[in-house]
Write a protein that binds this ligand. Structure first.
Ligand code: GLA
Length: 354
């Protein structure tokens, strides 16, 4: 039956499936996920759409429409590779390893989250591919926290980025009008209404593209793990402030960032519940200072952009995501003009079949 060459749609009951995976904005709580701490992300209305059509044969074809590139590999055991292909192959391999019976398919995807902009185009791609592949196979959707872990394994083991669970949980479990307070020690997730009362959250790309596998991200993670080992705790978030202050550098400042950032997440939840957006702005500024001075994850382009946004009247501005480039998030008071290059972001729905 296999033609061995081009995509041939089989005339069976197998049906095409489309899915949308959103990117995310992290309001606050940066570099805390892999440290067993707290974060407050939300899914956005930008993302990746993937459409899977059934094929005969035993392979998967993937088309990155925006790049004009394709990939093809056996359903039963894709080999490792690099770039966007590593995501597609990893998703297929990890879904199969989790016991999902996938079907041969041709998957076409395209997106509107700029790659490397800090809005997690990678989580958007992972979640869209997962849901489209599950859909075309007629497979039941696994528990979404488990699915987030699976997507995260793809980044860790197939793409080589030691990222945490923040982006995948936000993309899969986000909710319109809400941010998610995630406790990464327990994976307890609480929806927090994000009522902006006329204020605006905007992101601006710094133009300095970051790539987790190649940036200082993995190095920071190793420093945190070393500091936690030194303190005899599983994650830095379990350390006391007093013990953290006795660590040698850079562990001392890394731990100081993690502990203070966890506290800022809960302060932000309180400020949102009280409708005090001015206070949220102050917490964004404090997060940025901590990421810059204690976590050493800023770059000159990001610093220049944060200053420009503050001069333009932002009540708070901070680098967002993995750092070392990418996007800056800013909070603007009601009536403020959008600074050049800024895109307003609001909490949108989670990853879903279309
Ligand atoms: C990236 C990673 C996340 C998280 C953030 C920093 O977005 O993918 O897991 O670690 O950086 O908060």
């Amino acid at each position: 039956m296999a033609t061995g060459t081009a995509a041939t749609t089989i005339p069976t009951a197998a049906a095409a499936a489309s899915a949308r995976g959103p990117g995310r904005v992290n309001l606050i709580g940066e570099h805390t996920d892999y440290n067993g701490g707290l974060a407050l992300p939300f899914a956005i209305d930008r993302g990746v759409t993937a459409t899977a059509d059934p094929l005969d044969g035993d392979r998967v074809e993937v088309v990155a429409e925006d790049l004009g590139e394709t990939d093809a590999f056996p359903l039963s055991g894709p080999e490792r590779t690099e770039g966007w292909r590593a995501f597609a192959r990893g998703i297929v391999a990890e879904l199969s390893a989790a016991g999902v019976e996938l079907a041969p398919a041709r998957v076409v995807f395209s997106g509107d989250v700029p790659q490397g902009s800090g809005l997690s185009s990678s989580a958007a791609l992972e979640t869209a591919l997962c849901l489209a592949l599950l859909g075309v196979a007629g497979a039941e959707e696994p528990d979404r926290v488990e699915l987030a872990k699976l997507c995260s394994r793809v980044e860790n083991d197939w793409v080589g980025a030691e990222t945490g669970l923040l982006d995948q949980l936000a993309s899969l479990l986000g909710a319109e009008g809400h941010a998610l307070r995630i406790d990464f020690a327990t994976l307890a997730i609480e929806r927090v209404p994000l009522d902006l009362r006329g204020w605006q959250l905007v992101t601006v790309d710094s133009g300095a593209a970051h790539e987790h596998a190649g940036s200082g991200y993995n190095e920071r993670r190793e420093e945190c793990e070393a500091a936690a080992r030194e303190l005899g705790v599983a994650y830095l978030s379990e350390a006391t402030a007093a013990a953290a202050e006795r660590l040698p550098e850079p562990g001392r400042r890394r731990a100081r960032h993690v502990l203070s950032e966890n506290a800022r997440v809960d302060a932000t939840v309180d400020a949102l519940r009280a409708g005090d957006l001015e206070a949220v702005g102050g917490l964004l500024d404090a997060s940025h200072a901590s990421l810059r001075d204690d976590y050493d994850s800023s770059v000159p382009e990001v610093e220049a952009l944060v200053e420009r946004l503050k001069r333009a009247g932002a009540v708070g501005a901070r680098m967002m995501g993995g750092g070392f480039g990418g996007a800056v998030l800013a909070l603007l008071a009601p009536g403020a003009d959008l600074p050049a290059g800024a895109t307003a972001v609001v909490p949108g729905p989670p990853a879903r079949r279309l």
